[in-house]
Design a protein around this ligand. Sequence first.
Ligand code: SAH
Length: 402
Amino acid sequence: MTGKNREQDTAGEGRRAETGKKRPACPAFGKCGGCQLLSLPYGRQLEKKQQEANSLLGGFCRVNKIVGMKEPFHYRNKVHAVFGYRQGKIISGVYREGSHEIIPVESCLIEDRKADEIIGTVRELARSFKIRTYDEDTGYGLLRHVLVKRGFATGEIMVVLVTASPVFPSRNNFVKALRDRHPEITTVIQNQNDRSTSMVLGDKEKVLYGKGYIEDELCGYRFRISGRSFYQVNPVQTERLYRKAIELADLSGRETVIDAYCGTGTIGIIASAKAGRVIGVELNADAVRDARVNARRNGVGNIQFYQNDAGSFLTQMAEQGEKADVVFMDPPRSGSTEEFIRTVAEMNPRRVVYISCSLETLARDLAVFERYGYRAAEADPYDMFPQTGHVECVVLMSRIKD
Ligand code: SAH
C-alpha cells in the first residue's frame, strides 16, 4: 500500500468514529489502545493487514493471502488486568495507552469470556475480603494485577494474583471462595512484585492451589505453561501458523534444526519428529524449564534446550564449528539482531523460517539477511490478533548460493 492510500484509509476510520455511525460495541474503544481496528468490519481489517504486509514485504518476496479467523472475537486465552481503586470502588482493566491511568474493563471483545468472569469475581472478593488494591503513587495496598491463562484444548485455568507483599490476609479463604465460584480453575498462584516497575510479574511465586501450571495441546503435542513463561495468546491461529512454519522447513528427518527464541519449546518439539536433532535456545529460565519438561512429557528424545541470549548462543555454536540445516526463529516484537543473523549465515542453513509478530522489524531483518546471503521466498501472514493492528507472519528464506 502506498503512503497516500494509507492516509486515506486512516481518514476513513476517523470519519466513521466522528459521525458515530458505526461505534464499536466497546466502552474502552479509543482509550485502551488494544483494538485499533474494531470500527472496521472484519473483512476490511484483513484487507488492511494484507496491504500492509504487501507494502512492507512485497519488495522481498511473494506475499500470500492472509489467513483470517472464522470467529474473530474472544480469542485471547491469556488475560491480564491491572487493579486499582476509584471513587470508593475496586476497578480492574488496562492502562490507558501511554499512561498509568486505569481504564476499567468488565468484559472485552477479544478476551476469553471465562477469564473476564474470573477477574470480575476477584474484584468482588477483594471488596468483601477488604483487600486493598495497590496504589502506585503511595506504594500502599496489596493486589496489583490478575493474570488468567486458559488451556484452549484442555480447559485448564490458571489464576495468578500479583501482590505487592507476601502477606496476604485470609489467603486460603480467598482462594477457596474463588474456587467455589469457579470450580473450573485448576491452579492459583501468588506472584510477588514489590518493585515500582511496569513489569506485571515479579520473581517470587507461591502456588496456592493445584499444580502451579496448566497444560494445553498444540498440533497433537501437550505443553506445560507456567505463570511466567510465554505462550501464544491465540491457540487456533497458532496451530495453523506452526503447521505452516514446519511445512516451509521441508524437513526430511535427518536435519540439525535450531529453534531460536523457542519459549516453552513448542515449535522445536512439534518439528522434532521430522528432524535428526533439534536445539532450542531461549532467554527466559522458566520457559526453558517448561521446554525441558515438555520434551520429556511428549517422549521427544532428540531435542536439547539452552538458556541463553539467542545471538550469543549461536555465536558460541558457530565458533565451535557447528552447522545447522534449518533455523526456526520467533523473536519478540523488537526483532532479531545483526549478531544473530550474521551467525545464522555462518552456520550456513539451507532454510531459515522466520516467524514474526511485527512487519516492521521483520522487513528490517529480511534486509539484513539479504546482505548475508539469504533471500526470502514467500511470506504467509496470519491474523493472530483480530481487531488489533498487529500482523503475524511467517517467512521462508533460503540460501542465495546453493
Ligand atoms: N517460539 C515460542 C516463543 C516466541 S515469543 C512460541 O511460539 O511460543 C519470543 C520468545 O523470545 C520469548 O519466549 C522470549 O522470552 C524470548 N526472548 C526474548 N529475547 C531473547 C533473546 N535475546 N534470546 C533468546 N530468547 C529471547
